[in-house]
Design a protein around this ligand. Sequence first.
Ligand code: URA
Length: 188
Amino acid sequence: MSENAEKLSRLRTACEGCQRCALGRTRTNLVFGTGSPDARLMFVGEAPGEREDATGIPFVGAAGQLLDRYLFAVGIPRDDVYIANILKCRPPQNRDPQPEEADVCIAHLREQVRIIRPAIVVCLGRISAQRLIKPDFRITREHGTWFTRGAFSMCAVYHPSALLRDPSKREDMLEDMRVIAEKYRTLL
Ligand code: URA
């Protein structure tokens, strides 16, 4: 096991015992994150949904399957990247994360990022972008715009759930994903 894989495994074990917010009592499974421990590219969504809670794997429901199609379309193998969420536990009825839940859970995400040290972090949707890029992030206006935060190049794209609700956004998503893939390939 690589050093990063070992560190992530230890962090996962610590997270599995986490009861820092009430979602720890209602989750079926912790949804820690999946992918390469040495990924150069990391995607961060909002919070697990029903399928993710049932399986313990992020982005495996309808939105996740759509994300997979974009990754395939731009030639990025899902196993080469790392995928996580702001929250590691499912909010009941898929409601938006409450600020205090995100406040405590984001510490686990930051630790994951410190271990993996990706070059590029892509926020999936507004909630993630407002937490990780800037609080007043406007997804409609600023998706696909690049920001530098410390050692990371960051951007946000539409959340795949938004694309399921509004297919007119899918062209923009494909263009953003193409740019992300180009930038990613320059790092390999
Ligand atoms: N939506 C998210 O933001 N994350 C998941 O893991 C699944 C759906």
